[in-house]
Design a protein around this ligand. Sequence first.
Ligand SMILES: [Fe+2]
Ligand SMILES: [Fe+2]
Length: 470
Amino acid sequence: MKVDYAAKIPNNVNLAEDRQLTRALESWQPKYLAWWNQLGPKDFANNEVFLRTAVDVGQEGWANFGYVTMPEYRWGIFLAEPKPDRRISFGEHIGQPVWNEVPGEYRFDLRRLIAVQGDTEPASVEQQRHLGKTAPSLYDLRNLFQVNVEEGRHLWAMVYLLHRYFGKDGREEADALLERHSGDPDRPRLLGAFNEPTPDWLSFYLFTYFTDRDGKFQLHALTESAFDPLARTTQFMLKEEAHHMFVGATGVARVIQRTAELMKEHDTDDIRQYGGINLSIIQKYLNFHYSITLDLFGGDTSSNAANYYASGLKGRYHESERQDDHRLLNSTYKAEAVTDGHIDSIEVPTITALNQILQDDFIADCQNGVDRWNRILSEAGITTKLYLPHRGFNRQVGIFADYHITPEGVICSDEEWELKKSEWLPTPDDRSFVASLMVPVREPGKMASWLAPPATGIANKPIDYIYVKL
Ligand SMILES: [Fe+2]
Ligand SMILES: [Fe+2]
């Protein structure tokens, strides 16, 4: 499993031994770079950035840190080590050896799962491509670019699978990943949240907290897959994903810390005139990003999800550690539903509720961060608390999409929704206020007015290290 770094495409999959595949990927590479140079962070193409690059897939020391310009980043193909004698851990093929080729009957579904995951990766780079101009510090600018290059690498991970295992269809699918664009009215990205703009850094932190965390849960479900190359590639992607969620969790925490400081200093909740972001605005942004991310889990009851599970294509979060029969043919689950105008729970076959079950795990994980953010507030003596709105709030997908639901989880009329929505979701005024704070800060170690410094620097460097050479 040594990484071949001398190759044009760094990899640990013995690419050199497959001439045809190498040629196909080498012909996709210039298209990828053209996309990066057009729809990625192109204003910073010539700047050296202190980035980590994967050099190994082992637990220890997989990353190498150093200055590199982004178009020169060594995007590569890295699969986690195969587990000897790995067996399928759920569904109707449970106990059988995992697959190293795609079974014909699952070809369509697997290609679709890989294409949907692949589509999100370049989408987020497109969404974030203007943020470099307004970075609140050099430290944050570097973290943005680290996230961007790794999302690019995640695209490579999916494109490798498409090229290696799906022939001509796969190559076409790989090309289409570069042809759809975030927010493009004619050829949008496949999922709603990936067509929303990420116009400011508060949005960026909430996106990386919530939407990259959806990525974590989707990837975890795919690490359980019977299709072993998919399981191994998503396993390694999760290592990179952890940093994206760190950027989000600590980014929001630093905004809240600064807000708390300004509230204490000026003895008021409205700190806008002092260059800070009010807690009420942070809560509205949180409501927005959380609710559009919940939509990414798909329908609450889903025959697709049931089929993926029965076939062994996509498992549950931590499937192997769960104590049940891993077939789910006779079990039921208390799923949320709307009956007679009330939100209720009903018993449904577990296998049809897998999207909601994954979402439940996601929600519990999100709550941990909110609890940490609230500790910052209570330590500052502030009694206001942030919260996750009800899962039915502001939904476009699933059983709640037909209703207006308040953050407290009460179904409300269209009139009440229209009247109250400016208290629950960012208004144009909130957005333009946040935009007005987005002035770039480029002096090493300095932070924008609305943001506290991070606790530590990156890879043992000080906070005032020159993380990007401008
Ligand atoms: Fe990703
Ligand atoms: Fe990510």
